[in-house]
Design a binder for this molecule. Structure first.
Ligand SMILES: Cc1cc2nc3c(=O)[nH]c(=O)nc-3n(C[C@H](O)[C@H](O)[C@H](O)COP(=O)(O)O)c2cc1C
Length: 507
């Protein structure tokens, strides 16, 4: 038996049947634990977002942790002294006053402060613990490769809560499978950190020894499955050949998917200029992906029973779905934003564009055109540039500092960015996704009575949001989405049917 095959068998044995439906990771805080849990309880895979989850947990605690979920998860963290520190630092009984600003965490940087690493470990633990609580369905966690500094402590936290899968895109996550192997054995692990303008070709890395953080006996850790989110068969092949450990499968994401997309190959326009835009060369070759012999799921406009069947017919294990879950009752998006987007859908006015500038990562980013959000910038919506979360800051070579690393973000104040050697043209059209995405889930910062402006991302295909709402009402739940996709439709609640009749869904 080949090594590849025996590893696959071993993986199948540990995890049982692989799901047909993966609810895609949606950051920041859109695929909150409640959504992932609802999906997992239906025998499919729910995925929480690990992006900026330390800020999400810090803010939920500052909002008073209504329902006590975070505190319950914290009381299950294996090292209570560390959990207590988090609680003491952020919990405000009854919640902060809406006028007060949220207390901030230190921005991600190296060498990492012990306090930052602990917060990452604890918050990733909390989110996965809550998603897994009370059932034995599969739960995954999603990270972006582009955000490198928080990754290793985050993985440890998720693994302490028994995460079943790690899913990672927005880059080529070659180092992660090996890091998972090492962490599962409680060994020190390391990932290379990409540093811009590294003219002296110094090797920058984040070295992380998991045993440094916890005294006494260490619990056994399961090595989660690793799924790379890719948009090209070439990257899939590179992952199989060059990753530091076993890649258990792929999410093949088409460019109509929500969130960040892989950058397109350059397309030559009629005038001969090269300008960004997706073309036929951005469609992955599924035959070549299938030939790699690993399970794969198709994502981006696959949220219908017929597309699920089509995916399975091509040899896929199933589909990954985002947008339809983003507007379900359990997602983290603020109810008033969900309502506005759904109304635009009903009115046939929903518009999602690919913005090639807005994300400081430089990756294309899908934006719902919605009044009073960042998409409306210039039409009366203004935002003073400020960078105080820093997840998307890019490290750059700074020879005169002790660590030799500086950090800059093209959406920070232009003066600061250029002072750090950044080119002014890089700042054009950028938006602060860190603050904007937190505002979308009701955790936007307030500074001197000025609130952060939300940014709403979704996939381009809304047809199935409308279909599901027709069946189950606009306040549809994750279980309704699963019912729709698998053909086992659930009965809508009376409340939803009544609501539906007063709306324009009825055809
Ligand atoms: C609101 C939203 C946020 C997203 N955020 C992320 C993310 O943080 N990481 C990621 O890998 N994919 C992200 N995605 C992509 C989804 O995980 C999923 O692959 C994609 O939405 C599938 O396409 P669909 O929306 O057409 O179903 C996001 C999608 C949405 C709708």
């Amino acid at each position: 038996m080949s090594e590849k095959y025996s590893k696959y068998k071993e993986f199948m044995k540990t995890l049982g049947k692989l799901p047909e439906i993966i609810q895609g990771g949606m950051g920041i805080g859109v695929s909150i634990w409640r959504l992932a849990k609802a999906v997992s309880q239906q025998g499919q895979m729910g995925v929480v977002s690990g992006t900026a989850v330390d800020s999400v947990i810090a803010r939920r605690l500052q909002l008073g942790d209504p329902g006590g979920d975070i505190r319950r998860a914290l009381s299950n963290f294996p090292w209570q002294e560390t959990a207590r520190k988090v609680l003491d630092n952020f919990f405000i009984p009854g919640g902060k006053s809406p006028k007060d600003s949220f207390k901030l965490l230190s921005m991600p940087s190296l060498p990492m402060k012990r306090e930052s690493a602990e917060m990452l470990i604890v918050s990733n633990f909390v989110e996965v613990f809550l998603a897994k609580e009370g059932h034995d369905g599969l739960v995954g966690i999603n990270y972006l490769e582009k955000i490198q500094i928080p990754t290793l402590p985050s993985l440890l936290g998720a693994m302490l809560a028994g995460v079943d899968f790690v899913l990672m895109g927005a880059g080529i996550p070659l180092a992660i499978p090996g890091a998972l192997d090492g962490l599962a054995r409680w060994e020190p692990v390391e990932i290379k950190i990409n540093v811009d303008e590294n003219t002296e070709k110094l090797a920058f890395s984040h070295h992380f020894d998991p045993t440094e953080f916890f005294p006494g006996e260490l619990p056994e850790l399961k090595r989660p499955g690793f799924l790379a989110i890719i948009s090209s068969d070439i990257i899939a092949k590179t992952m199989v050949r060059k990753a530091t450990g076993y890649v258990d499968g792929f999410i093949v994401e088409y460019h109509i998917a929500g969130g960040h997309n892989a950058p397109p190959r350059k397309v030559r326009s009629i005038t001969g200029d090269t300008e960004p835009g997706f073309g036929p060369r951005d469609i992955p070759n599924l035959g070549r992906i299938k030939d790699l012999g690993r399970p794969f799921w198709l994502a981006g406009g696959y949220a219908s029973p017929s597309k699920l069947k089509e995916a399975m017919d091509t040899g896929a294990t199933g589909i990954q779905v985002g947008t339809v879950f983003a507007y379900s009752k359990e997602s983290g998006i603020q109810p008033d934003i969900k309502e506005k987007v759904l109304q635009q859908c009903l009115d046939g006015k929903i518009k999602v564009t690919t913005d090639f500038r807005i994300s400081p990562t430089g990756y294309p980013f899908k934006m719902v055109q919605l009044k009073d959000t960042i998409s409306d910038m210039g039409n009366g919506v203004k935002r003073k540039r400020i960078c105080d979360l820093g997840y998307l800051r890019q490290p750059y070579f700074k020879p005169d500092s002790e660590s030799k690393i500086g950090y800059r973000c093209p959406s920070e104040p232009i003066k600061n960015y250029t002072k750090k050697g950044g080119a002014e043209e890089d700042t054009t059209g950028r938006g602060c996704l860190c603050n904007g995405l937190l505002a979308t889930i009701g955790m936007g910062q307030t500074r001197s009575n000025v609130s952060e402006i939300p940014v709403v991302t979704s996939g381009e295909d809304f047809t199935n949001v409308i279909e599901i709402a027709k069946i189950s009402g606009t306040k549809y739940r994750a279980i309704d989405v699963i019912g729709y996709l698998t053909g086992k439709t659930t009965e809508p609640s009376t409340e939803n049917v009544l609501k539906l009749e007063s709306e324009k869904f009825v055809t």
